[in-house]
Design a protein around this ligand. Structure first.
Ligand code: COA
Length: 149
């Protein structure tokens, strides 16, 4: 899809929040960030909270910090499997200095497969991180992409 419709990645604006909340609550029905938390990230990380938009509106977003920690990313369910996730991930990878890393719910097999395809590898498991679910820590070092297995 990224090849089929015009799109661009730009910094988050406060007026995006309603569309981001729609994507967030659909993507994470049990554990969505609140509007307040997302706006707090926008204030704390104004240079690394990005949205991907088309003529129809916001299709996805990514929040990370310049030390390489991804806090959240999601693509609108109707826009998935079209390359928008990859485009957001690549933007972050190009922006950070060395490493990108994140926690992902161990049952979130789609996200784990997506991050594997992006070159990330599991580096640790944290039992009970999400109350009843474990977290996997996944990482990629852009200067040594084969370092983590
Ligand atoms: C994970 C997520 C962001 C991926 O976004 P996306 O726009 O669908 O991803 P892309 O289209 O760029 O996919 C890139 C590659 O990842 C892999 N991939 C993506 N979704 C996949 C799926 N459902 N099943 C298997 N592989 C998948 C594929 O290899 C894909 O390449 P291909 O389509 O050429 O085969 C999206 O599924 C999402 O928003 N999920 C819900 C929120 C979430 O779990 N976020 C991560 C929390 S840590």
């Amino acid at each position: 899809m990224t090849g089929k419709v015009p799109w661009r990645i730009r910094e988050f604006r406060a007026s995006d929040i309603q569309q981001i909340m729609e994507i967030e609550t659909t993507a994470f029905p049990k554990s969505a960030y609140s509007k307040e938390i997302l706006l707090m990230y926008a204030l704390r990380l104004p240079a690394s909270f990005f949205v991907l938009e088309t003529e129809d509106g916001i299709e996805g977003y990514i929040i990370y910090d310049l030390d390489g920690h991804i806090y959240s990313m999601a693509v609108r369910s109707s826009g998935r499997r079209g390359g928008f996730g990859r485009a957001l991930f690549v933007q972050a990878l190009e922006h950070v200095k060395d490493i990108l890393w994140l926690e992902v719910r161990s049952k979130n097999l789609i996200a784990i497969e997506f991050y594997r395809k992006m070159g990330m590898r599991v580096t640790a498991k944290v039992g009970g991180y999400y109350d009843t679910d474990d977290a996997l820590i996944m990482a990629i070092d852009k200067k040594a992409p084969n370092q983590f297995f």
